[in-house]
Design a binder for this molecule. Structure first.
Ligand code: AMP
Ligand code: MN
Ligand code: MN
Ligand code: MN
Length: 285
């Protein structure tokens, strides 16, 4: 159970990935994944399709989502795994979290128009698979397509991050709400890619401590968003905070993602994988 190829973080076109849940399931299977979770941002609309597609591929499946949270003035992502996707409170919380995206997108487009990039809202919409889930990624694809930037990371650097013309401050879910929605729906909450937030050590300590206090139980250690040094750092943090460890590529697209589904190093052996605590929640193929 420890060394299975689990990939518990990726995105379909139900959020900001480019592949359908069915194509992701095929790709995961082809790449040797044995336990899979689709974790679309703030959305569980693809869960039934993902579970059915996983079964068709002979792939074990855990439900998933990645919830946007505001903590210490920054956006933090909380992955939920193994919950009941029909849970009313979870669905209502996610719907409320998605609800701000439309206005935010219009404000982003207004900011871009002020620096000479008109029509970005309509352009981004051309990449959106789910009208409730317009994200910065869709704007970035549009800006690359029209030749403003060479690649996605240049768009984020120049236009879509704090202080840049297309960035809009936004208040997402609270940490406590996100953890409770997942936990009360029978799942396990996991801090996604902690190495990505740029927190000071004090802020990071506060995040882990408060997350534990709300009932959060896991942390991503091996993710496409971490460096090798961060695998070690967050393995130590998992032990220090007595957290289960997760592993996931954060795959979005064959053209854009550096890490493909299932192509990650194993978790360090001293850790307890999050899937060991979720055996009873796995949908067996
Ligand atoms: P949003 O939820 O609309 O704020 O969009 C967040 C998404 O943008 C993340 O989940 C990533 O898929 C993407 N993203 C954030 N930063 C970058 C970056 N530097 N390069 C490429 N994609 C990024
Ligand atoms: Mn994303
Ligand atoms: Mn994320
Ligand atoms: Mn993600």
């Amino acid at each position: 159970m420890h060394l299975i190829n689990a990939d518990l973080h990726c995105h379909s076109d139900v959020s900001d990935g480019t592949l359908t849940p069915e194509r992701l399931a095929e790709r995961a299977h082809r790449n040797g994944v044995e336990l899979w979770a689709l974790t679309d941002h703030d959305e569980v609309g693809g869960q039934r399709r993902a579970r059915d597609a996983a079964r068709a591929q002979g792939l074990d499946y855990l439900t998933g989502t990645e919830i946007s949270v505001t903590f210490a003035g920054k956006t933090v992502h909380i992955v939920g795994l193994g919950f009941d996707a029909d849970d009313a409170q979870l669905n209502q919380g996610l719907r409320a979290t998605r609800g701000g995206r439309e206005l935010r997108a219009r404000d982003m487009a207004a900011g871009l128009a002020r620096v000479g990039i008109p029509g970005a809202y309509e352009g981004a919409l051309g990449y959106v698979g789910n009208p409730e889930l317009i994200s910065r990624t869709h704007f970035a694809r549009h800006l690359v397509e029209i030749g403003h930037c060479a690649d996605m990371s240049e768009v984020f650097r120049r236009y879509l991050t704090e202080g840049k013309p297309g960035f809009v401050e936004h208040r997402w879910a609270t940490l406590g709400d996100a953890v409770r929605w997942v936990t009360q729906a029978g799942g396990v909450a996991v801090i996604a890619h902690p190495g990505r937030y740029g927190f000071t050590p004090n802020e990071e300590f506060a995040l882990f401590t408060e997350f534990r206090g709300h009932g959060g139980r896991g942390v991503e250690v091996v993710t496409g968003s971490h460096t090798v040094a961060e695998y070690g750092k967050y393995a130590d943090m998992a032990l220090e905070f007595d957290l289960l460890a997760s592993r996931g590529s954060d795959f979005h697209s064959p053209e854009e993602s550096r890490t493909d589904l299932g192509r990650l190093p194993d978790l360090p052996g001293k850790l307890t994988p999050v899937w060991e605590a979720l055996e009873h929640r796995v949908h067996r193929a």
